[in-house]
Design a protein around this ligand. Structure first.
Ligand SMILES: [Zn+2]
Length: 134
């Protein structure tokens, strides 16, 4: 099983103090899965999230905004597809997160989550409404 927490820690270490270009797309689950580039990652994310919800794993994925763990009454609702390019990173990285139904209209919370996640880098954020190619 992928260890998203370790991947995020590694990625944050690579980005710290660097100029980072971000392209972030918020998309519903099926729009994200319909993109061949994102499909494996999104399905993998869904599998790990579901294992945490049904108790097959102690590893819980959480809402990108409020950090509450996924549950049947708090499922991943909107996917957050992040393409990350940074000086000093040879190829772009991508990262998938999701937002719960309680947070989908919390724009301040979303921006705060971006700052919390990418705060140690000098990031330039572009939001796209088209599911791109990771
Ligand atoms: Zn939430």
């Amino acid at each position: 099983m992928r260890d998203y927490a370790a991947e995020i820690t590694d990625l944050q270490a690579k980005m710290e103090g660097r100029d980072v270009r971000l392209v972030i797309t918020r998309a519903d689950f099926f729009a994200a899965v319909a993109s061949p580039a994102w499909r494996p990652g999104v399905l993998g994310y869904a599998d790990v999230a579901l294992n945490g919800i049904i108790g097959d794993s102690d590893y819980k994925l959480r809402c990108f905004v409020c950090s509450e763990p996924w549950a049947f009454d708090r499922p991943p609702c909107v996917m957050v597809l992040m393409e990350i390019g940074a000086l000093g990173i040879e190829r772009g990285e991508s990262l998938i997160a999701a937002i719960c139904p309680h947070c989908i209209y919390d724009e301040d919370g979303f921006q705060a989550a971006i700052e919390r996640f990418f705060g140690a880098s000098h990031h330039v954020l572009t939001e796209s409404d088209q599911v791109g190619h990771a």
